[in-house]
Design a protein. Structure first.
Length: 322
């Protein structure tokens, strides 16, 4: 049962996430830097007959594609923000972009592992001086991109004080782009270490060995991102701190209310939607529960259904949740 209200009082929008314009701009810049470095490494690999550079160039192409996907996700979320077909906004387009990007990371890890094992079993001649020079430039580009993306992250994603301290989920699309860049930077560092080892100590086996280590790191990062983004996409949010806070608010009310149905899911980086069903023996209305839950600003869309025990007289005092 719910109370009636005028449309003017209860009508609201369904844009629950304001987007991340700074991150979108910086990700676009990172795409351009990564694509340019990709071309340099691929050309350098052909010119210097270096399979290491060639492989790293194609490896970087997968990151350029993933970063481009992140930019497209930001753009699509912004473009369709007011499209009525999206019942709870378009933020999950960004999350879907992050999830897809994590799949690219898994593919990169598998490719790195395959190439590293192949080189370990069948070593090839490496042009160390040229490879080290271009790998160093690649690392500089990766660090520049990481700085751009980290700046976008800090410029937008932060905790909001509600009188209780728990962190929000963050920008998973930006996190995926950042991980791609960090993965590239990490493999560049490992490659430089391996190339120096081969150049000065004759340890040619270091190159494929470091590739295997890099593949393991990338796979671990990808797994973490898949778990985080998959959880949001599947609405597996019933272990979020806000769920316990909702129960605490309802149980504290002087309505003798019992929760019979509760669904909570994320609709923005720091916003949740909630469907709450309660049964009570008083005349409490949905408005009373909504007002009580308003102290938690991360609850941006709350629907309350109140069912009453029939034996209670209609004139019972409603009490107050405050």
């Amino acid at each position: 049962m719910s109370t009636s209200a005028t449309p003017q009082n209860w009508t609201h929008g369904h844009v629950f996430d304001e987007g991340n314009p700074l991150a979108e701009r910086n990700t676009r810049r990172a795409v351009l830097l990564t694509a340019a470095m990709m071309v340099v490494e691929i050309l350098g690999g052909y010119v210097f007959n270096s399979m290491a550079l060639l492989a790293d160039g194609w490896h970087m192409s997968s990151h350029a594609l993933a970063l481009g996907l992140a930019v497209l996700a930001y753009g699509a979320a912004r473009r369709y923000a007011n499209d009525g077909r999206f019942a709870f906004g378009t933020w999950k387009i960004e999350v879907l972009g992050g999830y897809t990007s994590a799949l690219f990371l898994i593919g990169v890890a598998v490719l790195m592992l395959y190439e590293s094992v192949e080189r370990l079993m069948a070593p090839t001649t490496i042009h160390y001086d040229q490879a080290i020079a271009i790998a160093a430039v690649g690392l500089a580009v990766n660090l520049a991109c990481a700085w751009l993306l980290k700046d976008g992250h800090h410029g937008h994603d932060h905790d909001h004080g509600h009188g209780h301290g728990h962190a929000h989920g963050g920008d998973l699309n930006l996190r995926s782009a950042y991980l791609h860049v960090i993965a590239d930077a990490a493999t560049s560092v490992l490659a430089i270490i391996a190339l120096f080892g081969g150049r000065f100590w004759g340890a040619a086996w270091l190159d494929p060995a470091m590739g295997i280590v890099g593949a393991a790191l990338v796979a671990a990062w990808a797994y973490g991102l898949l778990r985080a983004s998959g959880k949001v996409l599947l609405d597996a949010e019933m272990d979020a701190p806000v769920v316990a806070e909702i129960r605490e608010v309802v149980e504290a009310c002087p309505f003798k209310a019992t929760i019979t149905d509760l669904h909570v899911w994320r609709v923005g980086k720091g916003g949740y939607a909630c469907i709450l069903g309660v049964v009570t023996d008083t005349q409490a209305t949905p408005s009373h529960f909504r007002e009580a839950l308003a102290i938690h600003e991360e609850l941006v869309h709350v629907t309350v259904e109140v069912n009453r025990i029939p034996a209670v007289p209609f004139g019972a005092p409603p009490g107050s949740c405050r």
